[in-house]
Design a protein around this ligand. Structure first.
Ligand code: PMP
Length: 354
């Protein structure tokens, strides 16, 4: 049969999201969701939403949501951009800040694996900067790349390692190029670069409701930066889809971000469970990278990474394994609730017996 697809659609290798299996009930520690429910106010906003409003398009400028985000982040509404998950915002960033015939974008060899897919999709050249042996990112190497700009995840994924705010500021200050900082996991670190956005016109910070706000299912993210950067994102969005964030989502996320105390308490629990895994896994022969995120990246002294992934899966515990150079010995394990982490440790004890 004749092939009606474009060359791009035929050839691109899409991003592979972590599996969301339906075959049985798993202890699901593979996609870095928050183990706790959304805040009571967020759930109330959902229940009390005026569903008759669904016949209309949602608020075009998302004023209510942007106002709530601006208040929570201590910035002005004009500095806030919202999208259908931070993945969508990252997707807009590539055409907004990088030219196909330009100098390209620099990022680490081991980082969020969606970045190279976006580059491929938008035909943007890449500069891949290897992480050091210990998986730290040497920012001076990123700075040395002859690129139009950089994108980095802080904390990084899948390593979980974080860059302190002071180092980030020094990097942004001496790099007069666009710097996109993907802070999907920042609620578990607490060194956000958002306060720097007022001072540095080259800094864009991208955040999400998926992890720190327990709302992965609703698909909402936001970016904060200088008005000129936000306007570039808006121009790309409005050339693609004028209404990416639906009305229910706007109401629920505005309520969630106004519930700082609830989420501070829940995210502190995630951090203390992360610390427990960082103590417990080494007792079972694992090396664990120092994590600032809601997951740990762990490698066993003897057992192969894939073998552990499969043996956990058989025991009903799902973690994420990447069949990629440098990291195939590791598994990325989302920090679950205390009982989910108990189940993980019990499954590991069982499989390590053999
Ligand atoms: N950035 C990083 C580093 C991530 O791991 C993820 C989650 N896969 C995202 C962004 C996207 O998150 P979302 O689209 O749910 O906001």
């Amino acid at each position: 049969m004749k092939n009606y697809l474009s060359k791009k659609a035929r050839e691109i290798i899409p991003y592979t999201a972590g599996e969301q299996p339906a075959d049985r009930k798993y202890v699901k520690l593979n996609t870095n969701e928050n183990p706790y429910p959304p805040s009571p106010n967020a759930l109330r906003a959902y229940r009390e939403y005026d569903f008759s409003a669904l016949k209309l398009y949602p608020p075009l400028r998302m004023d209510g949501l942007r106002k709530a985000i601006a208040a929570a982040e201590g910035v002005r509404e004009e500095n806030v951009f919202c999208g259908n998950g931070s993945d969508e915002i990252l997707a807009f960033c590539f055409p907004a800040f990088f030219d196909p015939d330009g100098k390209g974008v620099a990022f680490a060899d081991i980082t969020y694996s969606f970045y190279p897919v976006f580059c491929d999709f938008f035909n943007i050249p890449t500069h891949i900067v290897p992480l050091e042996e210990d998986f730290t990112l040497d920012l001076s190497k990123l700075a040395a790349a002859e690129a139009q700009g950089v994108v980095l995840a802080n904390p990084n994924a899948p390593t979980g390692m974080g860059i302190p705010l002071s180092e980030m500021e020094a990097f942004v200050a001496k790099n007069d190029r666009i710097v996109i900082v993907d802070e999907a996991y920042m609620p578990f670190f607490g060194e956000s670069a958002v306060p720097l956005t007022e001072k540095y016109g080259n800094l864009l910070v991208v955040k999400t409701f998926s992890k720190g706000y327990s709302l992965a299912g609703i698909r909402c993210g936001y970016a904060i930066g200088d008005k000129a950067l936000i306007s570039g994102l808006e121009r790309c969005r409005d050339s693609f889809n004028s209404y990416p964030v639906d009305g229910v989502c706007q109401a629920v996320c505005a309520a969630a971000i106004s519930d700082a105390a609830y989420y501070a308490e829940k995210n502190a629990l995630v951090i203390s469970e992360r610390e427990r895994l960082e103590r417990e896994l080494p007792l079972r022969g694992f090396t664990v990278l120092p994590s600032r995120a809601n997951f740990v990246f762990a490698k066993h002294a003897v057992k192969d990474g894939k073998e552990i992934y499969l043996a956990l899966r058989e025991r009903g515990v799902l973690v994420r394994h990447f069949e990629k150079p440098r990291i195939s010995d590791f598994n990325r394990i989302t920090v679950g609730s205390a009982s989910e982490n108990d189940a993980l440790l019990a499954a590991l004890d069982d499989l390590l017996k053999n």
